[in-house]
Design a protein around this ligand. Structure first.
Ligand code: SF4
Length: 64
């Protein structure tokens, strides 16, 4: 699994970090970023939930 965040689309709603706090955080401007070493989701089942929770669809989960 690989996670990507489209920072051009992210509006800083924070739903991803609230939903999967072990993987997502927010940078100083409030935009989503992945925690260091969590680019592969670290097997966290909440990652897909976080992608669904994003109101603007900025989080994409790539399988494989
Ligand atoms: S939920 Fe979506 S819009 Fe909100 S911070 Fe996360 S990626 Fe950005």
């Amino acid at each position: 699994m690989r996670i990507s965040i489209d920072k051009d689309v992210c509006i800083g709603a924070g739903q991803c970090a609230l939903t999967a706090p072990a993987v997502f955080t927010q940078d100083d401007d409030g935009f989503s970023e992945l925690l260091p070493g969590r680019e592969d989701g670290a097997g966290d089942p909440l990652v897909r939930e976080a992608a669904r929770a994003c109101p603007v669809g900025a989080v994409t989960v790539h399988d494989g």
